[in-house]
Design a protein. Structure first.
Length: 334
């Protein structure tokens, strides 16, 4: 007997998978790579962290599916609306579960497991939402939520005796203590805290997503840029991102595409790398240089020479410019 377990990277989904695994079911951990996870620091990717957690908790490798292009259209007009930010949680979960349903036969599995807890998230884990998700994903009766099973109707795996309902749980609400106790029982440690989830619930990130939607610029490459730096909307066809530290400077350089421009401070002055994407004219070029200048460590210098380079790095120029005024920076900030 096999089951596909959706693994988000958080504790709940890992616990749900482990509970079913403990009953002798062969669990297939499935993680979706989506463009709305926090940007990984240094060399570790979000997917690598998920795989490490799965290996630790389940002694199995995670199967990772990249459906980034499939997720982006959800942000334009989600059928079930948004949560507190730009997060279409119900539509997102339905999309993932539909994919899992299609994989059941291919992978020889019989049902699907998730770590959802009744009442834990106001948008997608109230009773009505859980029913909508199960029904519209095509998994009626085949979607097992082990952490809240006693609060929900019996599923096919329970009725058929594939899993023992008595060994499932009845967690509900937003408290985390029961999950932490269960993790200790399973000797699962070094799991992420619950605050690190989807970036679409973040107020600043949501505002930046809406900016991309407004200017018809929602692409995977542009979404990835939202995860770092200070963002400025120069005009409807041009965006500037300014790094805040060395790591972000390196990240922005690595994200530059052909046609982008990068901006640099003088060699003897500490300052950011900045990246501009879109249509550039002379006035906009000067403004991007001024914004870059504003974040250089030379407050006593009224003007600085900012180097600009057209990607892939074949054309270079420089402009001596003053800093942009604070009011101007605030008016352009996204």
């Amino acid at each position: 007997m096999k089951a596909i377990a959706l693994i988000s990277g958080g504790l709940d989904s890992i616990l749900a998978a482990r509970m079913v695994q403990e009953q002798g079911i062969e669990v297939i951990p499935l993680h979706f790579k989506v463009p709305f996870c926090h940007r990984a620091k240094r060399s570790s990717s979000p997917e690598a962290r998920v795989d490490s957690l799965v290996q630790h908790a389940l002694s199995l490798p995670a199967r990772i599916i990249d459906e980034g292009h499939t997720f982006l259209p959800l942000l334009e007009n989600p059928r079930h609306g948004f949560g507190s930010g730009a997060n279409p949680c119900i539509d997102c979960k339905i999309l993932m579960l539909r994919t899992a349903r299609r994989l059941l036969e291919e992978w020889g599995a019989h049902f699907v497991i998730t770590g959802e807890v009744l009442g834990q998230r106001p948008m997608s884990q109230h009773r009505r939402a859980l029913g909508i998700i199960e029904r519209e994903s095509g998994l009626e009766g085949l979607l097992l939520r082990p952490l809240s099973a006693h609060c929900l109707p019996e599923t096919v795996p329970e009725k058929e005796g594939w899993v023992a309902r008595s060994r499932l749980l009845g967690f509900s609400g937003r408290g985390r203590r029961p999950q932490m106790v269960l993790a200790e029982q399973f000797r699962i440690r070094d799991y992420p805290n619950p605050a690190g989830g989807c970036l679409l619930t973040d107020r600043v990130f949501s505002r930046r997503i809406r900016d991309l939607l407004r200017y018809d610029a929602l692409t995977l490459e542009n979404v990835e840029l939202l995860k770092a730096g200070r963002h400025f909307r120069i005009n409807g066809a041009l965006k500037l991102v300014v790094g805040r530290d060395e790591e972000e400077n390196n990240f922005l350089e690595s994200m530059a595409l052909p046609g982008d421009l990068t901006f640099y401070p003088p060699e003897d002055i500490a300052g950011p790398c900045a990246l501009a994407r879109g249509r550039m004219d002379e006035e906009s070029l000067a403004l991007c240089c001024r914004i870059t200048c504003s974040y250089c460590d030379a407050s006593e210098a009224p003007e600085l020479t900012i180097t600009h380079r057209a990607m892939p790095g074949t054309r270079e120029g420089a402009l001596k410019v003053p800093r942009a005024e604070n009011d101007l920076l605030k008016s352009l900030a996204v």
